[in-house]
Design a binder for this molecule. Structure first.
Ligand SMILES: [Zn+2]
Length: 261
């Protein structure tokens, strides 16, 4: 088994040439990815491979691959016993920034530890932590594209939760254009775990993260309430997302209402 990372000139047809060259070397690709960032001159083909049929093994691979016109560099490492961890792609990019990946169980474990240590007070800690995380997720997007564009593209924006692995998300919009909307989440990691272990009712982390994401994106204050939840034996967790009405405007609006009565 080997891990092979090939850097290619980011040009049309380069991947096809490169794949053919790999195949000609007798390499059987097991799993991998290809990435060609729009602004970069270099694309990367990276994969784990079975090199049993490669005539000269790992050392015989590099030379013919490097002679292919499109290929800029080849890094290849092998493991005799077949156990390999991909450590050639640090850092992990996420939306153009450095990201980290963790198992859902690990995050749930951290949240549950907070509940154990701080009891119900942990709800505030988790709420504030998750809100801050959500707020920083897509802060620049409305500044760059405008609030109307972002609202129209909200299905795509909320898709960040599917991409992050938090849940499979979709949006229900109301009859009027604008808020409130409903965000439906299937297999939400937090409530799935709580439901299995019969721990807490409702989401704390995700609900606050979603509130932070909306607030950060639109620069307004939002309220997010979970109307349905896996922990209440509903099929999905549903969150109503509404603009928050601050106290002052409500008082002001109440004045004419009172006069008219
Ligand atoms: Zn839930």
């Amino acid at each position: 088994m080997a891990e092979i990372v090939i850097r290619i000139r980011n040009e049309r047809g380069a991947l096809a040439w490169c794949s053919q060259a790999v195949s000609d070397c007798g390499v059987n690709v097991l799993t991998g990815f290809f990435t060609a960032p729009g602004r970069s001159n270099t694309a990367t083909l990276s994969f784990f491979a079975d090199i049993t049929d490669a005539e000269e093994g790992l050392s015989g691979l590099k030379k013919p691959l490097q002679s292919v016109d499109f290929i800029e560099s080849v890094d290849a490492i092998a493991a005799e016993d077949g156990f390999m961890v991909d450590k050639q792609h640090f850092p992990v990019p996420w939306a153009g920034r450095k990201g980290i990946v963790m198992r859902a169980e690990a995050l749930n474990e951290m949240l549950n530890r907070l509940w154990t240590v701080f009891g119900t007070g942990s709800a505030t800690i988790i709420d504030q932590m998750a809100e801050a995380m959500g707020r920083h997720s897509e802060e620049e997007i409305a500044e760059d594209f405008g609030a109307k564009f972002v609202f129209d593209q909200l299905d795509e924006l909320i898709g960040i939760y599917s991409a992050l692995g938090y849940a499979d998300v979709s949006i229900e919009r109301g009859k009027t254009s604008g808020f409130p909307i409903v965000v439906n989440t299937k297999e939400l990691f937090e409530c799935e775990s709580n439901s299995k272990q019969n721990l807490h009712r409702g989401s704390t982390f995700f609900r606050a993260h979603l509130r932070g994401l909306m607030s950060g994106t639109f620069g307004r204050t939002f309220e997010v309430n979970e109307a349905q939840c896996l922990t209440e034996e509903d099929e999905v967790c549903s969150f109503r997302v509404a603009l928050s009405e601050s106290v002052a405007p409500r008082l002001l609006r109440n004045v004419p209402n009172a006069d008219s009565e």
